[in-house]
Write a protein that binds this ligand. Structure first.
Ligand SMILES: NC(=O)c1ccc[n+]([C@@H]2O[C@H](COP(=O)([O-])OP(=O)(O)OC[C@H]3O[C@@H](n4cnc5c(N)ncnc54)[C@H](O)[C@@H]3O)[C@@H](O)[C@H]2O)c1
Length: 364
């Protein structure tokens, strides 16, 4: 990163990161520290066992700027927001399957909690910009008319596209068609950010992350999100890799380092004001191809076809034009390098292997 990076504007500022102790939040706060900013994390720290936060994510829970608290705590959120120059709202029930199982919990955290953060930001006379963290899940499976240029499609290709075999490319202007409770809560959060902060004239930007991976990502029980971490954790234990729905779903896998960088660029790039920007690589990879990449590090790992879980989109990949134009940047970590880094990290970090995986997964 050159000294002329727009991120230099963050030096000396206080940045509230909700969910700041989670996978992405902890990478954002680490980057903020490197940039000379003061990150303040507000996080329940209950999405993983306690030791994952301390031993795997490296969160210093004794740091007074790591606040164990809830975004639904109005007084606490108001106090922290009032002391901040910027806000990154990343706290969420971030597991698609958990949101499907417990829609009321998803609504409580991702909707009511987001409202609390928005109200506090709207009331602040100090916050220069808030970034709302959204997700490519708002696109769902897309619509063939929007995600493929009609000019380029023959009738046969259009039929293939309808059946999901030509991966759709998602542009920020496309209709939002979430296929999960999780995606619905993110779509609501985007619109509500526009409504609440637009009304009072506080600057905001919305980032739509595509599938995030990279060390120290750690799988959650009964989840089907985070395919690189799942496949690597299972392969490392000699377990077969589950290809849900045959593994033909497509994802745009984006390294967590790039996710943190893109988020901070959205926080301070002048052109990101009121914009919605995909954060993805623009490369489509099928789940089967991810399995093959992971298996190249664990030869002999078996594959097992399993049904497609509810709420798991066939997916697509990011249009990166707007991201490049507005943020003046594109992700730097190619998937094979990122997977290699993840596998090396996993091998050197035995405490990251979830104890429950062997028992529950051995059955599958
Ligand atoms: N990981 C991905 O692939 C991905 C993709 C798109 C978007 N996102 C979004 O990125 C953000 C961060 O996700 P992550 O992957 O780091 O997940 P994560 O679960 O590691 O981090 C989220 C953190 O938010 C905290 N949290 C949950 N409810 C809270 C509440 N009520 N108050 C305060 N903190 C609370 C959790 O304890 C957790 O530490 C989320 O908004 C998620 O929806 C993630």
């Amino acid at each position: 990163m050159s000294d002329r990076s727009p991120l230099a504007a963050l030096a000396g500022s206080t940045v509230l990161v909700t969910g700041g102790a989670g996978l992405i939040g902890s990478r954002i706060t680490a980057r903020l520290r490197e940039l000379g900013a003061r990150p303040v994390s507000l996080c329940t720290m209950n999405a993983y066992p306690e030791h994952v936060y301390t031993d795997v994510f490296g969160v210093d829970v004794t740091d007074p700027d790591v606040v164990a608290g809830d975004i639904r705590d109005t007084a606490l959120v108001r106090k922290l927001v009032a002391e901040s120059d910027y806000v990154v709202h990343a706290a969420a029930l971030a597991d698609v399957a958990a949101c499907t199982r417990e829609p009321l919990a998803a609504i409580d955290v991702n909707i009511a909690g987001t409202q609390t953060v928005l109200d506090a930001v709207a009331a602040s006379d100090r916050v220069r910009r808030m970034v709302f963290v959204s997700s490519a899940s708002v696109y769902g499976d897309g619509t063939p008319e929007e995600t493929h240029s009609q000019d380029l499609l023959t009738m046969r290709q259009l039929l293939e596209a309808v059946h999901g075999r030509i991966p759709p490319q998602f542009h920020e202007g496309h209709s939002l068609r979430p296929v999960s409770v999780y995606g619905n809560t993110k779509a609501w959060g985007e619109e509500q950010t526009r409504v609440v902060l637009g009304q009072v004239g506080v600057s905001y930007a919305i980032v739509r992350y595509f599938s995030v991976y990279g060390e120290p990502q750690t799988v959650k029980p009964n989840s089907h999100s985070w395919v690189v971490a799942w496949f690597a954790a299972r392969a490392a234990q000699g377990l077969p890799l589950h290809l849900n729905g045959g593994g033909r779903q497509v994802r745009d896998l984006t390294h967590v380092d790039d996710i943190a960088e893109g988020t901070l660029r959205a926080l301070c790039s002048p052109r990101a004001h009121t914009e919605t920007v995909n954060i993805g690589t623009g490369v489509a990879t099928s789940i089967r191809d991810v399995a093959d990449l992971v298996r190249s590090h664990f030869p002999g790992t078996a594959l097992l076809e399993t049904p497609l879980p509810a709420g798991d989109p066939l997916g697509g990949y990011a249009s990166v034009r707007r991201m490049e134009n507005i943020l003046g940047w594109r992700p730097q970590v190619p998937l094979p390098d990122g997977v290699g880094r993840y596998v090396r990290w996993l091998r050197g970090t035995p405490q990251a292997a979830p104890a429950w995986l062997n028992e529950t997964a051995a059955a599958g």
